[in-house]
Design a binder for this molecule. Structure first.
Ligand code: BTN
Length: 252
């Protein structure tokens, strides 16, 4: 079920008992030119995708939700909706009193609990013209189980002692999205949400190493720019903007 605010805001919902990938379902609509806002949601995703071509495990009980949106902004601006998504997940956990201060955001779009990954976000979409784009915001939350064999620490809501179901979490999350997105949508985009994101982010002001393809950038994580790029100050004083990559905090 959608939350009341999402329903009032005119969001539609298609729920699946099980489905390959909710992002793929939403992308079918992108291809046929259908508009949103519409959520595609399941608590059993059988072949989910993660960032950088990785698989995303979605065993029964975990939440997979993808939002189809048509926006009147170019894709680089629409890409900052990933930050709205991360904030919405953390808002929902706060509202449900799950995890408290252990919940942090990790650039670009992960949500962590005690440093272990709880939620991942995958944005896909296409540009419709110079100032319109169709975007799919895919959100996966480990509710009842954490993935096996992944190269990073992972956790789930059940491990945090929470008994919430994927469906109940989604009802709250869809409302939190509507509220955060309204902030973003008032025309200020990243500027409207940057300070909240930075307050909840891990590693701001500290050392960071980012791998982006063959390149490695090391320095201090200063802030995010208007496009959501990571602003890194290197030891040599150079200001480097990073738009994608794997981030490692600390000196390691
Ligand atoms: C990542 O951290 O690599 C991103 C994971 C994104 C997973 C979600 S689950 C819902 C949606 N459907 C998919 O196939 N992927 C996203």
């Amino acid at each position: 079920a959608l939350g009341p605010a999402a329903a009032r805001a005119g969001y539609r919902l298609e729920a699946f008992d099980a489905v390959g990938s909710t992002n793929d379902e939403a992308l079918k609509c992108v291809r046929t030119g259908e508009g949103g806002p519409m959520w595609f949601v399941t608590a059993s995703q059988t072949s989910g995708h993660g960032r950088r071509g990785r698989a995303w495990q979605g065993p029964p009980g975990n939440l997979a939700a993808s939002l189809l949106l048509t926006t009147s902004v170019p894709v680089n601006v629409a890409a900052t909706l990933g930050f709205v998504a991360g904030l919405s997940v953390s808002d929902a956990l706060m509202r449900l009193a799950i995890g408290d201060a252990s919940i942090t955001l990790k650039w670009p779009n992960d949500v962590l609990a005690g440093g272990a990954k709880l939620s991942g976000i995958l944005l896909e979409g296409e540009s419709r013209n110079d100032d319109a784009s169709a975007v799919v915001v895919g959100i996966g939350v480990n509710v009842v189980s954490a993935p096996d064999g992944v190269p990073y620490p992972a956790t789930c809501l059940a491990d945090l002692g929470a008994t919430v179901t994927a469906e109940d979490l989604f009802a709250v999350l869809s409302d939190c999205w509507v509220e955060r997105c309204a902030q973003w949508d008032d025309g200020r985009g990243m500027d409207a949400i940057r300070s909240t994101w930075l307050e909840r982010a891990s590693g701001v002001g500290g050392p960071v190493a980012v791998t982006s393809g063959p390149r490695e950038v090391r320095g201090t994580f200063e802030t995010l720019d208007a496009d959501g790029r990571l602003v890194v100050r290197t030891a040599a004083g150079e200001r480097v903007l990073v738009s994608a990559g794997d981030v490692h905090f600390g000196d390691a």
